[in-house]
Design a protein around this ligand. Structure first.
Ligand code: SF4
Length: 346
């Protein structure tokens, strides 16, 4: 059913570069390639996980999609309208339907405002409802996220990390959005609290039917909450598939290496850990050809110079790697297990 519906969100060839000025007169200009030509779509009531190491561009992608930062290129269609072509007024109107939950529930809430004012603020900004209606709406929304009416008059410092994230969720929820982008929404929380917040997010999606883009470096969080997963490396999406398919049958060498690092909670089972060599290259000067080639244990000659094209291997499982070029049926060769030293390093 999902595949036949018009997507809620379509991101097409999105690019975001940040200029860096160097030299005495700051004349020399280089660019950080934060997001480089990413394309994906998101259906209604669907969750897409964006996963990758720190600095791979996933948070920049989220902020650019919401127009919180200006794009360098590409298009973002939300409910069929190109967000980047809208005027300020239309963009503001659209923002009611596109909300964000930030990583840090401690730093994201204004310490001088009561919870009531924090959660009410989006209604005031969009001039929605009279004072008494807004208060009732705040009360209802706090209840939905598991907070009490008496919490309304308290300040953020009086709450635990999990409660603060509930306040953030209530603030995102109060306008009735169709899309919520969560930027590492649980990474600042204890593991036990993470599970509560993730369960709450799943329940709210079932109740209200909105869509999520969840940005995280945590493969466990992404697996739990996402219907589909996009793996990012150095500003590019290298693999995209349904969650079960991606975790059972990863194709891209980077995805395989990431998943090989996830511990299995069974001491009788051993997994071959793949240790990637070297650091993530600088996004100021990304490698030619396949950006992963300096670290790829499967590297071919062509990988140094030619950028791989993304191919759909069936059932929406897309991968960007020369091993899977169109018409190719070869499979990745097995890699020798990591040495003892490498295991310690990893
Ligand atoms: Fe490795 Fe080449 Fe595939 Fe890039 S294109 S992931 S370097 S095999």
């Amino acid at each position: 059913m999902r595949g036949k519906m018009t997507p809620l969100l379509e991101v097409k060839n999105l690019v975001k570069y940040f200029p860096v000025h160097r030299g005495f007169f700051k004349r020399s200009r280089e660019y950080i390639h934060a997001v480089d030509d990413i394309t994906f779509s998101l259906n209604r009531s669907e969750t897409l996980g964006l996963v990758g190491e720190s600095g791979c561009g996933k948070s920049t992608a989220g902020r650019t999609i919401l127009s919180l930062i200006e794009p360098t290129g590409g298009r973002v269609f939300f409910q069929g309208r190109n967000v980047f072509e809208l005027g300020n007024r239309e963009k503001n109107h659209l923002r009611r339907h596109m909300q964000m939950i930030f990583q840090d529930p401690f730093g994201s809430l204004n310490p001088r405002l009561t919870v009531e004012r924090i959660v009410e603020e989006p209604l005031i900004t969009h001039r929605m409802g009279a004072t008494c209606e807004r208060r009732r709406k705040v009360q209802e929304t706090l209840k939905i996220v598991g907070l009490l009416p008496e919490h309304m008059k308290r300040f953020p410092h009086e709450f635990s990390g999990g409660q603060r994230q509930r306040i953030m969720i209530a603030r995102a929820l109060i306008l009735g959005p169709s899309l919520i982008i969560g930027d590492e929404p649980v990474s600042a929380l204890d593991v036990s609290v993470q599970a509560q917040i993730l369960n709450l997010m799943v329940r709210l999606q079932r109740q209200f039917g909105f869509s999520y883009v969840i940005i995280s470096h945590d493969l466990g969080v992404i697996r739990y909450i996402s219907h589909r997963v996009a793996v990012m490396y150095l500003g590019e999406i290298v693999e995209l598939a349904k969650t079960d398919e991606l975790y059972k049958n990863p194709l891209h060498p980077y995805t395989i290496a990431l998943l090989s690092a996830v511990p299995i909670p069974d001491p009788r089972r051993h997994k071959q850990r793949i240790i990637l060599q070297g650091d993530v290259p600088s996004p100021l000067n990304p490698p030619s050809g396949c950006r992963f080639h300096p670290r790829c244990p499967y590297r071919l000659d062509i990988c140094d110079t030619k950028k791989p094209v993304t191919h759909d291997r069936g059932m929406g499982h897309a991968v960007s790697c020369h091993y899977y070029a169109e018409g190719e049926t070869r499979r990745l060769p097995s890699i020798p297990p990591a040495t003892g030293d490498e295991r310690q390093c990893g």
